[in-house]
Design a protein around this ligand. Structure first.
Ligand code: GRF
Length: 197
C-alpha cells in the first residue's frame, strides 16, 4: 500500500474467531470492496482472528479490557489507538463489548455492527435460541449503524434464513454465519460507497 491510496479505510474490532473480519479483508484485497483494512483490534489477547489478520498482513492491536479499571478507561484507550490510524469507518465484527455513549458519539454515523437477528427482534445475546423458542420461521442477521442504545441503530441491510424444524441454536448459527459474510460486504458497499457522493 502507498500513501497515495485513496480508498476509504476500515478499522475492524473483534473479540474472537473473526470470520466476518477475514471475509471483509479478503474482499478488500480482491478489489470487490473499494476500501482497505488498516487495523484490526481485539479486546481479547487470545482471539484467533488476530492471528488471521496478521497472516493477511494487516496491522493488529490487542487492547485487553481486563487491564482497565473502567469501561470509560478502556474506551479511551480504544479511541486513542483508533485515532492513530483515523479510519473512515469502524466495523464491529463479533466485538463483544458494550461501548460507552461517549465513545459511540465520537464515531457517530461511522460505525457499523453486525447482529445475528432480524432486528429489532432479539437485541442482546442468545438470539438464535430465542428465535427457535418463539417458534419463528425465519432467523437472520442485520448490519446497523451503531447508536448508544445496544443493537438499536438504523438497519442498513438484513438477510433472512429459514429455521428448519430440527435446528438447534448451533446449527442455525452456522447457517446464519454463512450469510453474514456476504451481508456485511453488501452493507459496506452501500455505506462506504456513499462517501464519494
Ligand atoms: C457473528 O455471528 C456476529 O453476528 C456476532 O458474533 C459473531 C462473530 O463471528 N456479533 P466472527 O467472529 O465474525 O466469526
Amino acid at each position: 500500500m502507498t500513501n497515495s491510496d485513496s480508498r476509504p479505510t476500515l478499522a475492524i474490532l473483534i473479540s474472537g474467531r473473526g470470520s466476518n473480519m477475514v471475509a471483509i479483508a479478503r474482499t478488500c484485497l480482491s478489489g470487490a470492496l473499494n476500501a482497505r483494512v488498516t487495523l484490526v483490534i481485539s479486546n481479547r489477547p487470545d482471539a484467533p482472528g488476530i492471528e488471521a489478520a496478521r497472516e493477511m498482513g494487516i496491522d493488529t492491536a490487542v487492547i485487553d479490557h481486563k487491564a482497565f479499571a473502567s469501561r470509560q478507561a478502556f474506551d479511551d484507550a480504544l479511541h486513542e489507538r483508533l485515532m492513530s490510524v483515523k479510519p473512515d469507518w469502524i466495523v464491529l465484527a463479533g466485538f463483544m463489548r458494550i461501548l460507552t455513549e461517549d465513545f459511540v458519539n465520537r464515531w457517530q454515523g461511522r460505525m457499523l455492527n453486525i447482529h445475528p437477528s432480524l432486528l429489532p427482534k432479539y437485541p442482546g445475546l442468545d438470539t438464535h435460541a430465542r428465535a427457535i423458542a418463539a417458534g419463528d420461521r425465519h432467523a437472520g442477521a442485520s448490519v446497523h449503524i451503531v447508536s448508544p442504545e445496544l443493537d438499536a441503530g438504523p438497519v442498513v441491510a438484513q438477510v433472512r434464513v429459514p429455521i428448519e424444524s430440527d435446528d438447534t441454536a448451533d446449527t442455525l448459527a452456522q447457517r446464519v454465519l454463512q450469510e453474514e459474510h456476504g451481508l456485511y460486504i453488501k452493507a459496506l458497499q452501500l455505506c462506504v460507497g456513499k462517501m464519494d457522493q
